[in-house]
Design a protein around this ligand. Structure first.
Ligand SMILES: *[C@@H]1O[C@H](CO)[C@@H](O)[C@H](O)[C@H]1NC(C)=O
Ligand SMILES: *[C@@H]1O[C@H](CO)[C@@H](O)[C@H](O)[C@H]1NC(C)=O
Ligand SMILES: *[C@@H]1O[C@H](CO)[C@@H](O)[C@H](O)[C@H]1NC(C)=O
Ligand SMILES: *[C@@H]1O[C@H](CO)[C@@H](O)[C@H](O)[C@H]1NC(C)=O
Ligand SMILES: CC(=O)N[C@H]1CO[C@H](CO)[C@@H](O)[C@@H]1O
Length: 392
C-alpha cells in the first residue's frame, strides 16, 4: 500500500516537472492540453491526500490542505514539486510519513486562522548572495529593519509556515553580531517566517559553553511563545542563500552544509555544527545539548550521538543551497577535555541536558532586533553533576 502511494507521489512530481517544460513553447490548442494535465496533477494530488487521510483516519482533517493545494497557481505547484523532487534526488528519499508530517505541522498552526497561508516556497527570494560584511551600528540597523519589534517579526498579511526561534550562543564578538543581524534578518524575512532572535550571552570567567547556552536559549524562547522550531545558530557562520530555509522537518535539519572556512565543503558526514534546526519535540526528545562541554568543540559531535540514540537522522534537504560565509575572528583555544567527555556521550545523554539545566539569569531584555539574555554558568556545579553520573 505504501509503495503504491510512493509511486503515486513520484508520478505527481514527474508530471509537475514535465508540465513546466511544456509550458515553455505553448500556445493555442496546446494550452487546452496543458489545462488537462494541470487538472490531472490536481486530481492525483487530491487522490493522494485522500489515501493518506484514510490511512491515518485518526489524524487531522486534511480537507483544508487540499483546498489550499487547489487554490495555488500551477506555477507554484510546479515549484513545490521540484522542491520535493530535489529532496529526493540525493541521499534522502522523502517518505510518506515525512511528507504528511510536514503538512500537518502547518495544519495545526493554522487551524483557526482567517489569514491565508504565506506562499510556500516563498515568492520573493534572492537566491545566493555574497554576505554584506560591513559593520553597521545597531542604531542604523534599527532604522533598516523597522519591521522588527522586541526581537520578533511576524508576517502581517499571511500566516507563516512556521514560527522559529533563532538561538545564538554569544560572548564578546560585537562586530560579528552586527554582521549577523544585518545578514540573517533580511533572509528570514524574505522566507516569510515568524521569528524571534535570541542572543544568549555568557558572563566572563569560566570557558564558553555553546551547548548549555543553546539549552538556555531554548528554555527562555519557549517561555515567550510556543515556537514550532528552534535554530541553533553560530554567530560567525552565515547562510548566503535564502533558499536554505530556516524551518523544521520530521528530522533535524543541518543548514551549514558548505561552509567557507572548509572551502565550501562538509568537513565530515556527522558534522552537526554551524546552523541546525529542531522542532520543539525533537529538541526535547534528545534532551537538548549536553551541558558538559566547556571551551571549544565537542558539543556538536555529542549532539549527533543524541540524534542517533533517538533514531533521528540529520538531514540536508537544502544542501544545494547550503553555502555559508564565515565571519573571521581570533582562533579559539582548542585545548580542553572534550574528548574525555565525548566517550561518555552515549551513557549520560538522558541525564545531562535540558532536564538538569541550571543557570543564573542575570538579564533578559527585549531589544528591537533581538532578545538579549545574559547568564552566569557555574562550571563547578555543572561538572559535579557529571561526576555523580559517571560514578553511578
Ligand atoms: C473535514 O472537514 C470538512 C470541511 O470542514 C467536512 O465537510 C468534513 O466532513 C470533514 N471530514 C471529517 C472526516 O471530519
Ligand atoms: C525511493 O523510494 C522508492 C520507493 O520506495 C524506490 O523505488 C527508489 O529506488 C528510492 N530512490 C532512491 C534514490 O533511494
Ligand atoms: C482558535 O479559536 C478559538 C475560539 O475562537 C480560540 O479559543 C483558540 O485560542 C484559537 N486557537 C488558536 C491556536 O489560535
Ligand atoms: C549592506 O547593508 C546595509 C544595511 O542593511 C545596506 O544598506 C546596504 O545596501 C548593504 N550593501 C550591499 C552591497 O548589499
Ligand atoms: C547538493 C548535491 O550534492 N547535489 C547533487 C545531487 O545529485 C546530483 C546527481 O547525482 C548531483 O548533480 C548534485 O550535485
Amino acid at each position: 500500500m505504501f509503495s503504491q502511494l510512493c509511486a503515486q507521489v513520484s508520478r505527481v512530481s514527474r508530471m509537475g516537472l514535465s508540465a513546466k517544460k511544456i509550458a515553455g513553447g505553448c500556445e493555442g490548442t496546446c494550452l487546452i492540453g496543458l489545462l488537462i494535465s494541470a487538472t490531472l496533477v490536481y486530481a492525483l494530488n487530491l487522490k493522494f491526500y485522500h489515501s493518506i487521510s484514510k490511512i491515518h483516519g485518526n489524524m487531522q482533517n486534511l480537507s483544508d490542505i487540499i483546498q489550499q493545494t487547489l487554490s495555488q497557481t500551477l506555477s507554484q505547484r510546479v515549484i513545490w514539486n521540484e522542491l520535493i523532487h530535489d529532496r529526493n534526488s540525493n541521499n534522502s528519499n522523502i517518505t510518506l510519513e515525512q511528507y504528511r508530517n510536514s503538512n500537518t505541522l502547518e495544519h495545526d498552526r493554522n487551524a483557526n486562522n482567517t489569514l491565508g497561508r504565506c506562499s510556500w516556497p516563498p515568492k520573493y527570494l534572492h537566491g545566493r548572495e555574497k554576505l554584506n560584511r560591513t559593520v553597521f551600528d545597531l542604531e542604523d540597523l534599527n532604522q533598516v529593519f523597522t519591521f522588527m519589534k522586541d526581537g520578533h517579526y511576524k508576517p502581517t498579511n499571511c500566516t507563516p509556515k512556521q514560527s522559529v526561534a533563532i538561538i545564538v550562543p554569544y560572548r564578546d564578538r560585537e562586530p560579528q553580531m552586527k554582521i549577523f543581524l544585518n545578514n540573517v534578518i533580511p533572509r528570514i524575512y524574505r522566507q516569510q517566517l515568524e521569528f524571534g532572535i535570541y542572543i544568549v550571552e555568557q558572563t566572563s570567567g569560566v570557558p564558553f559553553n555553546r551547548g548549555m547556552l543553546s539549552n538556555i536559549g531554548f528554555k527562555e524562547a519557549m517561555l515567550d511563545m510556543k515556537y514550532d522550531c528552534i535554530v541553533i545558530h553560530d554567530l560567525d557562520i552565515l547562510p548566503e542563500d535564502d533558499r536554505n530555509f530556516y524551518t523544521c522537518d520530521v528530522n533535524p535539519i543541518h543548514m551549514a552544509v558548505k561552509v567557507e572556512q572548509f572551502k565550501y565543503n562538509l568537513p565530515y558526514e556527522g558534522f552537526a555544527g554551524g546552523v541546525t534546526t529542531f522542532s520543539k519535540l525533537q529538541y526535547e526528545k534528545i534532551n537538548g545539548f549536553s551541558n558538559q562541554y566547556f571551551g571549544w568543540g565537542g558539543e556538536d559531535d555529542d549532539l549527533f550521538t543524541r540524534m542517533k540514540k533517538n533514531d533521528y537522522s540529520l538531514i540536508r534537504p537544502f544542501e544545494e543551497f547550503g553555502h555559508c560565509g564565515s565571519v573571521k575572528h581570533q582562533q579559539a583555544n582548542k585545548k580542553n577535555d572534550r574528548l574525555k567527555i565525548l566517550k561518555y556521550a552515549h551513557k549520560i545523554w538522558q541525564k545531562d541536558g535540558l532536564n538538569n539545566l541550571q543557570y543564573n539569569l542575570l538579564i533578559k531584555r527585549l531589544k528591537q532586533l533581538y532578545v538579549w539574555i545574559y547568564v552566569n554558568i557555574d562550571m563547578v556545579n555543572v561538572r559535579k553533576s557529571l561526576d555523580m553520573k559517571l560514578n553511578k
